[in-house]
Each structure stands twice: as structure tokens, then as C-alpha cells.
Design a protein around this ligand. Structure first.
Ligand SMILES: [Zn+2]
Ligand SMILES: [Zn+2]
Length: 248
């Protein structure tokens, strides 16, 4: 049976070549080897980043492993793992997924995550993975939640249960773009909640929140605060792309 599957995959790979999501060259995989190599050498993975918020560290911060911003105002989340910076080579592919609704890019982006990052994450103590939910309005416009489309395809320990609908969101009051951390924090306070039937499930557990983009960290901070309020003991973030400006 495996032989047959391999044969079919091989034939379809020849007959139906795909385009690399980064360089657009036609070849067999969603991301070509040279783009993967380039990402491997250039991405945020090569920088010493704050273990808590994943922003690249200044030289004075290297010894503690944590940035001054997290020292001054400790976020509610405990750890952040990020694949690359927002203005790097994957931004366009993410836009193709989000704004052009091209689902093949979810495969490609999760392939990059799985190839470059998945095996380096210590996920032994993590129990659940939840995506950042979209507002009702955005979900209706877009038709899918890009964070879930990525999260469901990324590889992680089999003991981790992925819960698509546990974390929920009240309607958005205002668009957040362009606002600083404090303004965003105020806007977003109380915006998330946990499905009542899942509250006992999460109590005393470790939860990872998956987001496609992290900017100021206000959204992920509010989600972590919400999760900890219902008794979650540890909250981590897995993020595809992150803006690398220091949090104010
Ligand atoms: Zn390529
Ligand atoms: Zn930090």
C-alpha cells in the first residue's frame, strides 16, 4: 500500500508541478530547497530572541535572555516561539493566504514551519493548542481563520490536542492597526473568553496559542491573561511572523 501511495505521489508530482510559495518557481514541493535554505540562514531563528516575547535581544539583554520591555512589564504569557520577522520573505505568502484566500499557501507556510522549526520546539509539557480567533465580522468576510488553517497543519507532539473553537472572541470594537501597546491593551481588554464547557478541561494545563502575526503582543497578552484567569498554569505563543520593533 505504501509503495502504491509513493508511486501515486511521484506520478502526481511529475504531472502536477506546484509553485514555490516564495520564489514562484515550478517544482515538486510547496517551498523549494533554495528558498528553505535562504530562510534557514536569514530568518528570525538565527537571532537571539527574548524567550518571553521573541523580539531580537540587544547586546545588554543577552545574558538574561529576556528583553527590557518584558522586564519592565512582564507579559501574561510565559514563552513565545516565532518563525520569522513580519517584513521577511514570508510576508507575501501570508498575504496570499489571508487576502487572496489561496489555501495552498497555508500548506506551504506550515511546511516551512514543520521543516525549519517544529523539531526544535520542546513541547513535551504542552497539553493544548488553540488558534487566536477572528472577530465574527472578519470571519464572515474571509471565510476562514488563517491561524487555525496554519495551526491544524503544523507538526507537534501527538499528546497535544488542537482545539479550534475553545478560545472565543467578542466582536471587535475598533480596528487595531497603528495603535500602540497601551491603546491596544485598553481596546482588547475582556475581548476573549473560553467556551464554558472547556473551562474544566484547561484548568491546571499548559496551553499554546497560535497566531499568524504578532505585533505589539497586546492580543496575545490579553489571551494569556484570560487563560490564566480560568486556571491555565502556563501559556506559550507559537507565531508565524513577528514585527521586530521593540514593544513600547
Ligand atoms: Zn523557492
Ligand atoms: Zn521580551
Amino acid at each position: 500500500m505504501q509503495l502504491l501511495q509513493n508511486l501515486i505521489q511521484s506520478i502526481s508530482g511529475q504531472l502536477l508541478p506546484t509553485a514555490c510559495i516564495i520564489c514562484k518557481q515550478f517544482q515538486a514541493a510547496n517551498v523549494c530547497n533554495s528558498c528553505l535554505q535562504r530562510l534557514y540562514h536569514d530568518s528570525l531563528l538565527n537571532y537571539e530572541c527574548c524567550y518571553q516575547c521573541a523580539t531580537p535581544l540587544q547586546s545588554a539583554e543577552l545574558s538574561s535572555g529576556r528583553c527590557n520591555s518584558c522586564d519592565r512589564q512582564t507579559p501574561a504569557f510565559d514563552q513565545t516561539v516565532c518563525l520569522d520577522r513580519y517584513d521577511g520573505t514570508l510576508q507575501e505568502a501570508l498575504h496570499q493566504l489571508k487576502y487572496q484566500k489561496r489555501h495552498s499557501f497555508a500548506h506551504g507556510l506550515s511546511d516551512v514551519w514543520n521543516t525549519l522549526l517544529a523539531s526544535t520546539i520542546d513541547d513535551q509539557s504542552i497539553d493544548y493548542l488553540v488558534p487566536v480567533p477572528l472577530s465574527q465580522k472578519k470571519l464572515l468576510t474571509r471565510g476562514f481563520n488563517q491561524s487555525w488553517e496554519l495551526a491544524r497543519r503544523i507538526q507537534c507532539g501527538k499528546h497535544i490536542q488542537k482545539l479550534a473553537f475553545t478560545l472565543k472572541r467578542f466582536h471587535d470594537i475598533e480596528q487595531q492597526a497603528g495603535k500602540n501597546f497601551s491603546a491596544r491593551q485598553q481596546d482588547i481588554h475582556g475581548m476573549f473568553y473560553i467556551d464554558a464547557k472547556d473551562v474544566p478541561l484547561l484548568k491546571g494545563k499548559s496551553v499554546v496559542v497560535f497566531d499568524d502575526v504578532m505585533t505589539t503582543g497586546a492580543t496575545l497578552n490579553e489571551i494569556a491573561r484570560t487563560l490564566k484567569m480560568i486556571g491555565v498554569t502556563w501559556v506559550g505563543n507559537w507565531v508565524l511572523l513577528r514585527t521586530t520593533k521593540l514593544m513600547p
